[in-house]
Design a protein around this ligand. Structure first.
Ligand code: UD1
Ligand code: MG
Length: 470
């Protein structure tokens, strides 16, 4: 077991003490969910930071270990440590529920006879509280149950994806087999959507309204769309990976950008109570603890990594974004925050779908002599030939600096850089040290995400007559 250093013990101790005090105060008043969520995020950070440190060796002993391919000595370090973050996160969400619903419980039971609580035969037959509610409070109760269902099904979906992630990390599955894993985990969430919202209409952008009208019912297609998002988000994070800190880093950037977008709906300048405020609060409450557990993991996973996060973390993070986007009704905005991942996915498609041979690892190549990262390559030979027409397309991409290829004397493409934006970035920027590469990619992602959000709220006015913030 790896112990924490003295300064780590003090810092984590102080963070935890402050967070506990906030939680205690929140519970004394009416739950204060926002403060409670922030404090639970802080506690989740401390807890996962310490647990990752303490359990790394245990993971290695159980065979959960991987070689850091981009270091001179290729050290073996714990793999799949994102499992710790995911489990602490699930615990955090359950701990948050009393704070989320205290206000509702008080509102529903106050004056409704909660002072003389005692069980009698009627209670046992009808449940403890339900029959006592005056009618006007039933509406309130309904809203609270609706919210509780969202938390419950989000929890179910995230717990399922964590289990499936562990399977993947344990059996090192083939890419084409594991691609659809997240669809199974998303079933609880889709079931809730079916039972609870069932809204499959979309608002048509202005230019298309003469043809389609104001609203279009997509029906079953909408469920396929949501399933596609649930498959895409986890996988797209998992394949934008291979350098220290990138998996968690990109998830943190997306989480913070979603929180930023959520806050835009809660500002005092927006007319309150805004109809979408509840959905965005739901999203914030789910994301703050996620930021906590992810920051802890990031500290251990940043260059030079002491642990790897595993596919468990990538799936879990991606699925959380899908959950808040879908249940919070902002899945299209969510996709704007995934632009680098979408680009990487589309750019990767030729390798993912077998048009171009795909090696097991596409992470950039570490040059031990310079200590810098270079684009990694796929080579094409008699055994792994390239279809001639594909060769022509690669030459075209090369001409547009979207790839780097090597040709033999006959002009046949014998080698090309692997199709990931990490390699493409190196083609553009030249050799870079691993941490520099990760930082640049994260900055690029942040800038693209901010521009995406800006366009989202500006362009909405042109395409939909109103931005839904107003
Ligand atoms: C995905 C990518 C693969 C990439 C890998 C890196 C696709 C289709 N798959 O596969 O190309 O190589 O992620 O995570 O795009 N590793 C490092 N340094 C890091 C992170 C990972 O060396 O900073 C290595 C370690 O050996 C680690 C392994 O990658 O054990 C983890 O790979 P894994 O996450 O299992 O790969 P996939 O998700 O299947
Ligand atoms: Mg992976």
């Amino acid at each position: 077991m790896q112990d924490l250093t003295t300064s780590e013990v003090y810092s984590l101790g102080i963070v935890s003490a402050v967070c506990l005090a906030i939680l205690f105060n929140a519970f004394q008043s009416n739950g204060e969910p926002l403060y409670a969520s922030l404090a639970i995020g802080g506690l989740a950070f401390s807890f996962s930071y310490a647990l990752i440190q303490w359990t790394g060796d245990v993971f290695v002993r159980r065979g959960y270990k991987g070689r850091d391919l981009s270091k001179k000595t290729r050290p073996e370090i714990p793999e799949a440590m994102g499992l710790v973050s995911a489990l602490v996160y699930l615990l955090a969400i359950v701990s948050f529920l009393p704070f989320a619903f205290k206000r509702d419980i008080v509102a529903v039971t106050s004056g409704g006879g909660n002072k003389d609580l005692r069980l009698d035969i009627e209670d046992i037959e009808n449940g403890r509280f339900l029959h006592r509610f005056p009618l006007e409070k039933v509406g309130h109760l309904h809203a609270a149950l609706h919210n509780l269902a969202s938390y419950g099904f989000a929890y179910g979906t995230l717990a399922s994806i964590t289990i499936l992630g562990i399977l993947d990390d344990s059996f090192d599955m083939r890419w084409r087999h594991k691609f659809f894993i997240p669809a199974f985990a998303a079933l609880p969430m889709l079931a809730l959507y079916f039972v609870d919202f069932g809204v499959t209409h979309v608002v048509v952008p202005l230019p298309l309204r003469p043809y389609f009208g104001e609203l279009v019912d997509l029906g079953i297609l909408y469920y396929l769309y949501m399933a596609a998002i649930s498959i895409f988000c986890p996988n797209s994070i998992n394949i934008l990976a291979g350098i220290n800190g990138l998996e968690v880093g990109q998830s943190l950037v997306i989480a913070c950008l979603i929180i930023l977008n959520d806050s835009l709906y809660l500002l005092p300048t927006v007319q309150q109570p805004h109809p979408a405020a509840d959905s965005h609060l739901f999203s914030i409450y789910l994301l703050l603890p996620f930021v906590g557990v992810s920051l802890a993991l990031f500290r251990h996973n940043w260059y030079p990594s002491k642990v790897f996060v595993g596919d468990t973390y990538c799936y879990f993070a991606g699925m959380l974004f899908a959950v808040v986007g879908i249940l919070g009704h902002f899945s299209k905005t969510l996709l704007l925050l995934f632009i680098p991942q979408i680009f990487n996915f589309v750019y990767s498609a030729p390798q993912l779908f077998g048009l171009v041979p795909c090696p097991r690892h596409r992470l950039p190549r570490f040059n031990a002599r310079t200590g810098l990262m270079e684009p990694s390559v796929a080579t094409f030979s008699e055994e792994k030939p390239l279809i001639p027409i594909v060769g022509q397309v690669l030459k075209l991409l090369h001409a547009f600096k979207l790839l780097r290829i090597v040709q033999d004397e006959q002009g046949r493409v014998v080698e090309s850089t692997n199709f990931t934006i990490i390699n493409l970035w190196l083609v553009w920027r030249g050799r870079l040290r691993e941490d520099r590469l990760a930082t640049e990619l994260l900055v690029m992602q942040t800038v693209v995400g901010l521009v995406g959000l800006w366009i989202r709220h500006k362009l909405a006015l042109l395409m939909f007559t109103v931005d839904n913030r107003f």
